[in-house]
Write a protein that binds this ligand. Structure first.
Ligand code: SF4
Ligand code: SF4
Length: 348
C-alpha cells in the first residue's frame, strides 16, 4: 500500500474482496441499477486496492468508484466474511479527497458547508423560536430540518410528549462532510456537538450511526418511543401501509423491531412488508451522497424499490429516514414517515 499508506489498515477488507468470487454482487443497488463490473462491491474494492498498490491510476475517473456506493451495507449481509465494504470505501473517499480527486459534487458539499450550517440554523430557529434552556437536545438531521418541516415538527411534538422539554440542536452532525471525504471536517463537527453537552436524542438514523461510530452515545427517538408504546393509540381506519427498512436504521444500527412495533400499535395491525425486508431490504438509493454524485442511478434504485412495493400491493410506503422519504416522494410515491404516524397517535 506504499502509494496510499492511509488505507494500509483496510488491507484485509480490500484483499478479502479482491480474491472473492463476488457472492454479494446481486445485493448492490448501484451495480443492479447500472450493470458495470467496476460498480459491483468487488469492482469498487478492487479498484481501490489496485490504486492503493499503484496498479491503477490515481486519477479522478478511478477514484470516483469510491463514491458509487450508497453505504447500504447490503453486500456485508451476503458476504460469508461480513466484509465491511462501505466503511472501507468511505476511507478511500477520505484519501482521494485529501489528494484533490473527489468528484465535483462531493467537493461542492464541502465548499458549501458553511452555507449549509447557516441555512440549518435558520431552519431550526423557524421550527422552534423559543427553545427551553435546560432541555434535552434533539438532533433532527439536516434532511428533516431543511427539507421536511412538517415531519420535523412532528418529531418535536413526539419528543416533548415522551421526554418533556427539548431544544433543537442547530448544528449539522457533519455526516455530509464524511460522505464527501472530508474526514477532518466531520471530526470537527462531531467535536463541536460533543462540546454542546449531553449526547442528543436523534431522529435521523444516518446521523445516529455516524455519531455512534465517532464515539458519541446518541439515543434514537424511535427507540425512546418504542419503549413507551402505551403513549400511542391506534388510529382507526388507517390506510394500507408498508414499512421500508432504511439501511442506516436496519443494517446500520440493527433496529428492526422498534419501528414495526410502533407502526403495528398505531395501525392496530402489523404493517405490510416488502419481500426484501429487514437484513435483506433493498436500498432506496438515497444514501452515500449518491443523489448528488450519480443522480440517475440513485433515482433508478428508488424506482426499483417502488416497483417492488407495487408488485406486492402498493399503498403507502412508511419509512423512518429523511433521505429515503425524499427519494420516494421524488419518484411520486405516496410516502410518509413513521414520526408523522406517531404524532397523530398521541392522545389529545
Ligand atoms: S463483500 Fe464479501 S462477498 Fe462481496 S466481494 Fe467482498 S468479500 Fe466477496
Ligand atoms: S454498501 Fe451497498 S451500495 Fe455500497 S457496495 Fe455494498 S451493496 Fe453496494
Amino acid at each position: 500500500m506504499r502509494p496510499l499508506p492511509l488505507l494500509e489498515h483496510r488491507r484485509a477488507e480490500l484483499e478479502t474482496c479482491v480474491y472473492c468470487p463476488k457472492l454479494c454482487r446481486a445485493a448492490c443497488p448501484v451495480s443492479n441499477a447500472e450493470p458495470r463490473e467496476s460498480l459491483t462491491p468487488w469492482g469498487k474494492m478492487s479498484t481501490v486496492f489496485l490504486q492503493a498498490r499503484g496498479g491503477a491510476p490515481q486519477d479522478a475517473e478511478h477514484s470516483a468508484t469510491a463514491w458509487a456506493c450508497t453505504g447500504c451495507h447490503g453486500c456485508r449481509e451476503r458476504c460469508d466474511h461480513r466484509n465491511e465494504v462501505a466503511p472501507t470505501l468511505l476511507e478511500a473517499r477520505g484519501a482521494w479527497f485529501q489528494r484533490g480527486l473527489a468528484p465535483a459534487a462531493a467537493r461542492s458539499v464541502v465548499a458549501r458547508h458553511g452555507e449549509h450550517q447557516r441555512a440549518l440554523a435558520a431552519a431550526i430557529q423557524a421550527l422552534d423560536p423559543s427553545p427551553a434552556p435546560a432541555a434535552t437536545p434533539l438532533l433532527l438531521g439536516c434532511g428533516y430540518a431543511l427539507h421536511l418541516a412538517p415531519e420535523a415538527r412532528d418529531a418535536l411534538v413526539v419528543a416533548r410528549a415522551l421526554v418533556g422539554p427539548v431544544r433543537l440542536v442547530d448544528r449539522c452532525c457533519g455526516l455530509p462532510l464524511l460522505l464527501a471525504g472530508d474526514i477532518e471536517g466531520f471530526q470537527r463537527e462531531v467535536g463541536a456537538l460533543r462540546a454542546l453537552g449531553p449526547a442528543p436524542l436523534v431522529l435521523d438514523p444516518g446521523c445516529a450511526l455516524a455519531l455512534r461510530k465517532a464515539g458519541l452515545t446518541p439515543r434514537l427517538l424511535i427507540e425512546e418511543a418504542a419503549e413507551n408504546l402505551e403513549n400511542f393509540h391506534t388510529i382507526g381506519g388507517a390506510p394500507e401501509a408498508r414499512y421500508h427498512d432504511p439501511c442506516q436504521l436496519g443494517r446500520g444500527l440493527g433496529v428492526y423491531e422498534a419501528p414495526r412495533a410502533l407502526l403495528g400499535r398505531v395501525l392496530g395491525r402489523p404493517a405490510g412488508e416488502f419481500e426484501g425486508r429487514r437484513q435483506g431490504a433493498a436500498c432506496s438509493g438515497a444514501g452515500g451522497l449518491l443523489p448528488l454524485t450519480m443522480p440517475e442511478v440513485s433515482g433508478e434504485i428508488a424506482r426499483a424499490r417502488l416497483r417492488e412495493h407495487d408488485e406486492v400491493g402498493g399503498g403507502e410506503v412508511v419509512t423512518a429516514c429523511a433521505s429515503s422519504l425524499r427519494a420516494f416522494r421524488k419518484q411520486g410515491a405516496q410516502a410518509s414517515d413513521l414520526i408523522t404516524w406517531l404524532a397523530r397517535a398521541l392522545p389529545g
